[in-house]
Design a protein around this ligand. Structure first.
Ligand code: HEM
Length: 410
């Protein structure tokens, strides 16, 4: 009786009758047949088949004897609705499709500045509003708000540099940087659509501040970091070595803070990158009372105090003879730990009571992103680009940073 039942349940008709319970039937069959089942014979002209879950068999048909196991004509007929694509072609035809797709995936050209800005926009929106605008999703359209924010940051510089009377006149006439600034102010209202927020006061008070504080600083820092990786392969290699040695087998689980803590060299490379390319490239204050600076310079009331950080990084008197070089080693102390500099010298996160509130979270987030990217990808600069800083309250790369991204594991 058991034998009859076993033969019946092994037969092709039985399996077909139970097709709606395919997964359960397959589990039962594979368990009873020790992982490989051979159909007893053809049925209604249909060919024989062998079902297997045995990894050795799977390796054999997909790899060792690959040539003998095409997808086949049957497969092509079944999937004819797809046309003839990578999935249902074999031999030379398949190779051609494969080359085409591989080049699409491996040699994708991306503007890393745009990528990082989208990433930061999604992170900030989610943390402030709980809504994911998915601007980083593949094939996500242009986000006009991002461009508007960049215009806004650029326009602000002119307000600082030019007398108030002049920029107000420009504003009135709708010309020059003020015109852009005006567009940006209108455009940012469009952001409420992305975030589903209708409370404009909330938007002005919270979201915009978070976006400028969090989106553009981190995305600027990461963009320049990738530029320095492309131009300094020896540093990139040292970062990879450290990841391999200190976190063997753990990557890509980079989101665990205890893993990040042990990655010292990438930390040094990041802070060195921001020293040379400070995300907030200048600071501006004004005086209330007359004063004398420690250098002996007199300050009158309402004097503008400008601190140009980009220039500061390139002062031999502050950072030594090799001040203009990208040299993460300058941050290694005699004891091999990370060297600390006073915040008035490494002024990237400001100093004193108003220093950056998001410094630690920004460093953790940037380390996560930077380590993941350097470990998994190789970046190749698209030729013919001029890489230079924009004049803006954030140190954007003026024309973006276009790179070909290659997976290191493909
Ligand atoms: C690379 C990343 C970052 C850099 C270089 C940076 C730099 C700075 C600088 C220079 C200031 C002083 C600005 C001023 O007063 O004019 C500042 C302030 C501030 N930052 Fe950051 N920041 C970064 C990331 C973040 C992040 C991710 C957040 C939080 C989401 C954040 C939150 C703030 C806040 C709230 C202030 C205002 C502090 C105050 O005025 O009392 N920052 N940051």
């Amino acid at each position: 009786m058991v034998w009859i039942w076993s033969v019946a349940t092994d037969s092709t008709p039985w399996i077909l009758i139970n097709i709606n319970r395919f997964h359960d039937v397959a589990i039962d069959l594979m368990q009873r047949k020790n992982g490989t089942y051979t159909s007893p014979g053809s049925w209604f002209g249909s060919t024989d088949y062998v079902a297997t879950v045995n990894p050795i068999n799977i390796h054999y048909v997909t790899t060792t004897n690959f040539q003998n196991y095409p997808k086949g004509d049957e497969y092509r007929k079944i999937f004819e609705v797809m046309g003839y694509t990578l999935f249902n072609s074999d031999d030379e035809e398949w190779k051609q499709h494969r080359r085409l797709h591989a080049s699409e995936h491996n040699d994708r050209v991306l503007d890393m500045q745009d990528v990082f800005q989208r990433f930061a926009l999604d992170v900030v929106c989610m943390s402030v509003t709980g809504h994911d605008p998915e601007s980083l999703a593949i094939n996500s359209p242009n986000v006009p708000f991002l461009g508007a924010l960049t215009d806004f940051e650029g326009g602000i510089v002119y307000r600082i540099a030019f007398p108030e009377l002049l920029w107000k006149l420009q504003l009135l006439l709708g010309v020059g940087p003020e015109n852009k600034l005006n567009h940006a102010l209108v455009m940012k209202d469009g952001f409420t659509q992305i975030t589903d927020i209708n409370d404009k006061v909330f938007f002005h008070d919270t979201t915009l501040q978070q976006l400028i504080a969090g989106r553009d600083t981190s995305s600027s820092a990461l963009t320049w970091f990738i530029w320095l990786m492309v131009t300094h392969p020896e540093v990139e290699q040292k970062i990879r070595n450290e990841i391999n040695v200190k976190t063997p087998g753990l990557f890509p689980m980079v989101s665990l803070p205890f893993i990040l803590v042990v990655l010292v060299y990438i930390h040094e490379a990041l802070i060195e990158s921001m020293r040379l390319y400070p995300p907030v490239p200048f600071q501006y204050k004004s005086s209330r009372q007359p004063d004398t600076l420690p250098s002996g310079h007199q300050v009158h009331p309402k004097t503008k105090i400008l601190i140009p950080l980009y220039a500061m990084a390139r002062m031999k008197s502050i950072w030594g003879q090799n001040c203009s070089e990208f040299n993460p080693e300058r941050w290694i102390s005699d004891r091999g730990t990370i060297k600390h500099e006073p915040s008035s010298k490494y002024f990237i996160f400001y100093a004193g009571p108003r220093s950056c509130l998001g410094k630690d979270s920004a460093m953790t987030q940037m380390k996560m992103v930077a380590a993941t990217l350097v470990h998994n990808f190789r970046f190749e600069l698209v030729k013919g680009q001029i890489i230079e800083p924009d004049v803006s309250m954030i140190l954007h790369v003026k024309h973006g940073l276009k790179v070909k991204v290659h997976s290191r594991w493909a």
